[in-house]
Each structure stands twice: as C-alpha cells, then as structure tokens.
Ligand binder design. Structure first.
Ligand code: GYE
Length: 332
C-alpha cells in the first residue's frame, strides 16, 4: 500500500516536472508576445505620471522606475506635465501599443470615463495609483493604490485644534490648495475643514491653489500676506508649497514657525528639514514609495487574479521633535 502510494507520488512529481518543462519551452519559443498568450514574456506596463511638480512626485517616479527594474517589468513611462490632455494621449498610445497593463496617477478626478472605456474595450487592465478618479463605473479600473487624503487633512486639522484649544479669540488660517480638481486637493481641504470645525475660533480667511509647486506657494502666499494683516496659521497641501511660502513669509518680515504656524502634507526630506529647523510646525505624511506594490499588482492583474478594490498606504505624522529623530533615516 505505502510503496504503491509512494510510487504514485513520484510519478505525479515527474509528470509535474515534465509539464512545467514543456510549458517553459513553449513560453520561450513564443516570441509573438500577444497579450494573454500564457507565455512568460516580460510584462509591459504603461505608466502615465502627473508630472514633476514636487519632491513627492520625483520620489514617486524614482520608486516606480526602480521597482519595475527590480520586478523585471518593462516600463513605458510618460510624464504629462500636469496636463490631463497629455495623460489621455499617453493612455491612448499605450492602448495602441497593446501594453499588458496601464497604470496612471490622474492629475484631476473628473473626465476619465471615455478613455478608461477604451482601455476596457481593448481588454487592458487599468490600475489607479496615488490619485483617484470620480467615475461612477468602478469596473473601468481594477484597483486604486494610494493614500487616504481626507485622513491626512483631518490629522493636520486635529493637531491644530489641539494646539489652539486655549485661544480666546479668532485664529486666522490661510490655505494653499493643491492642483485644482485633484483628489489630494479636494480631500485634504475637506478633511482639514471637518476637523477644525470643532473650534469656531479657527477660521480659514483665504484659500487658493498653488498647484503643488514651490513657485505657486511663494506667489500665492505673497498675495495672502498683502491682503490679510493678521495670519496666524498656514495649511499647505504639500511641503513644496509650504517651502515656497517660507520665502514670502521671511520677505514680509515674519518668522515662519513662530509668527505663523505652518502645517503641511507629504514629509519629503526638504519638508522634514524645515520641520526639524523649526520653520514648519507639523507634517501629515504621505508616502510616495508606491513602486513595489504597484508592480505586484501589475503582475496579479496581468495573471487575471483578483485584487482588492482599494489598497491604502500606511502613514504617520511628524512634530518638530519627531522630524529631528526621523531625518537621518529618511529615504526620500
Ligand atoms: O502630496 C504632492 C504632489 O498626489 C499625493 O501630489 C500626491 C500629491 C503630493 O504633487 O506633493
């Protein structure tokens, strides 16, 4: 009995080896490269990036390029220079080239249904990374990998509520928003507003887009300072705009981090340095290191495996003391 079952197991194992060998040979000899041919050709991933507007974005691009190389995935990378029309063009190119998977970080939330439908009709799975779209039809993409931006805004607001709980009079806040219509701008604004509603003394007196750039942050902060004699707090939707605003604040003869409390989002190296130096007061982290998870997902959707509809990035917050501790080991 036991000898026979051992023999059966050996035969089964041998058959498995032979089958695997023949499949590999089949894959190797298949140079056609058609999608879904079951061969072991390199996965081709078309990725449409927003642009290079911030330190966060540069770190995100590096993460994606490095992770693709490490995973043996062929990456077709396109930089849309913060324009939706460029992203739509890039996605259409990827469809024409018959890539295996398309991933993109949508610059704004709206206006993607048509091109996503085109990808679906071409049977190319789409992964959203970093930013979301507002499409009602969730079957237009496989998954969304990225941060909870509402939570980031809320954490920023909650910290401020705690800091200003003893304030007896109005606390005037100015807000530098990210790119108009983008998910992080919409959501960070929402989360922050919800949190500060806990204290009616906390009032947003001006709120405008600085497009997530240093130049934008500087320019809009200059206007804020001219128009508002009393600014107590700046909430900037990313580090870069906060860094740009530092110049405007110093030029206006005020001390950032003291005369004006500064809260930002991201926690890239330059932001963390400003926090450790006492120029910023608080940062809600947003991790750009999405590359490795994105490559895992690309492999899974290419193989037709089920993936969760939403994958959230883990993040934390930093005070000045925590930034001093974390800085030496910061990766981006
Ligand atoms: O916070 C900002 C970047 O979409 C999370 O885009 C990203 C944001 C990030 O330009 O710095």
């Amino acid at each position: 009995m036991s000898t026979r079952s051992t023999a059966r197991r050996v035969i089964a194992a041998l058959a498995g080896v032979l089958l695997a060998g023949s499949m590999a040979a089949c894959g190797n000899s298949d140079t056609g490269g058609d999608a879904g041919d079951g061969g072991n050709d390199k996965i081709v991933l078309g990725f449409s990036q927003v642009g290079a507007e911030s330190g966060w974005r540069t770190a995100n691009t590096t993460s994606i390029k490095e992770a693709a190389a490490a995973a043996g995935i062929e990456l077709k990378f396109d930089d849309a220079q913060q324009k939706q029309e460029n992203q739509i063009k890039a996605i259409r190119n990827f469809i024409q080239q018959k890539v295996d998977v398309i991933a993109f970080s949508p610059v704004v939330e709206s206006g993607w249904d048509t091109v996503l439908k085109e990808a679906k009709d071409a049977k190319i799975p789409v992964i959203l990374t970093d930013r979301a779209v507002d499409s009602a039809d969730k079957s237009l993409y496989k998954t969304f990998l990225g941060s909870d931006f509402v939570k980031e805004g809320r954490l920023a607001g909650e910290w401020l509520v705690e800091q200003k709980k003893a304030a007896s009079g109005p606390v005037n806040i100015v807000e530098l928003q990210g790119t108009t219509g983008s998910a992080p701008a919409n959501d960070r604004k929402k989360g922050f507003a919800e949190a500060i509603a806990a204290n009616p003394n906390l009032k947003i007196v001006a709120s405008q887009s600085g497009d997530f750039t240093r130049a934008g942050g500087k320019q809009v902060m200059e206007q804020f300072l001219k128009a508002n004699p009393k600014i107590d707090v700046l909430f900037a939707h990313n580090d870069d705009m906060g860094l740009g605003a530092l110049e405007a604040i110093s030029a206006a003869g005020k001390t950032p981090g003291k005369d004006i409390t500064i809260i930002t989002v991201d926690a890239v190296k330059d932001g963390m340095q400003a926090l450790a130096d006492g120029k910023f007061n608080f940062i809600a982290e947003c991790s750009p290191l999405l590359g490795p998870q994105l490559m895992e997902l690309a492999k899974k959707v290419k193989a037709g495996e089920e993936v969760p509809a939403r994958i959230e990035t883990e993040e934390t917050t930093f005070t000045q003391e925590q930034a001093k501790e974390a800085l030496p080991n910061r990766k981006y």
